[in-house]
Structure formats: C-alpha cells, structure tokens
Design a protein around this ligand. Structure first.
Ligand SMILES: [Zn+2]
Ligand SMILES: [Zn+2]
Length: 165
C-alpha cells in the first residue's frame, strides 16, 4: 500500500533525513552517571547471558570492543543484552556511560560476579563489590566484574528499593 507521506512528497526531491532534535536530558532513566562519577572504566566486556535473567544460550560469548554502541548493537541483534563487564578505576571517565544514556539504553539488571547479589545502581554498593569479598562459594575473590543486562524498555528496570545491597 502506498504511504501518504511518499505521495505528498514533491517530485525531484531527494529523501531528506530528518535529524531529531537533541534533547539535553538523557534519554535513559538509568542513572549511568553513577559509573561516570566513580571514574569506572570497562576493561573487558563479554556478551554473555546469565541466570536468572537469561537461561537460554542466545549471547555470542564474544569479547567486545570497549564501546557503548557495540553493546547496543549486540542487544539489537538479539543476543539478550547481557554482558560480563570488568571495571577498573581510571583517571579519566569513560564516555560510554553517557553514550548508553543518550542511546536510551537502560540497565535492567546489575549483579556482582563474585557474590552474585543483585545491586542497585548506587555508588556505595558498586564500590563495595569492587573490593575483595566472599564469593557465592565462600571464597575470597577480587571484585570488579559485574553482570549487566541492558534493555531498551524502562519497564525492565529493577525497582531499586527492593534490592538489598
Ligand atoms: Zn553478542
Ligand atoms: Zn559482590
């Protein structure tokens, strides 16, 4: 069926790409600024599902370039949006956190890869799990690797008040 918009277009006009107005406020509800303000920078990102968010083997298990757009691309490609991300404090903040916010990507789930606790996106809880602490199988392990599930839907974002740090 022909689209009305196409029919109304004057002849001889090349299709013009309409750029959306840039909004000053971040598109995402997730407070990605927490990671920026802590100057935490990903040093390793793996596309990897994990229980209980994804039980099925849908991720590609690749180590990704440290790039927010690549994370979104794997989410868009149906890889589940779950990643294992190793963070380290650095002098310079990573622009990718802001980029995820601009892209409207939500952090639907955040867990510590050592103790497997679900964490709120809050400075204290993230810093706490950066340190060495008891793992799920009762061994002291170096923290800093997190499980993150990204989503384009605000509805998938955990209710932080329900999460115990
Ligand atoms: Zn992938
Ligand atoms: Zn932990």
């Amino acid at each position: 069926m022909p689209r009305v918009a196409n029919a109304a277009k004057p002849k001889g006009t090349a299709s013009v790409e309409v750029l959306e107005a840039v909004d000053e406020t971040p598109a995402a509800r997730t407070n990605w600024k927490v990671f920026t303000s802590l100057k935490l920078v990903p040093v390793k990102i793996t596309c990897q599902e994990y229980a209980p968010i994804h039980w099925h083997n849908i991720s590609c298990h690749s180590n990704l370039p440290i790039d927010a757009d690549t994370m979104k691309a794997h989410l868009d490609a149906g890889h589940g949006g779950s990643y294992f991300v190793t963070l380290e404090p650095r002098e310079k903040a990573w622009p990718g956190w802001n980029r995820l916010s601009e892209l409207g990507v939500e952090l639907a789930d955040l867990r510590c890869n050592v103790c497997l606790k679900e964490l709120p996106v809050a400075p204290n809880s993230i810093l706490k799990h950066m340190k060495s602490h008891l793992s799920a199988n009762r061994r002291v392990q170096k923290g800093g690797t997190f499980r993150m599930t990204l989503s384009m839907s605000v509805d998938d974002v955990s209710h932080e008040e329900d999460i115990d740090e």
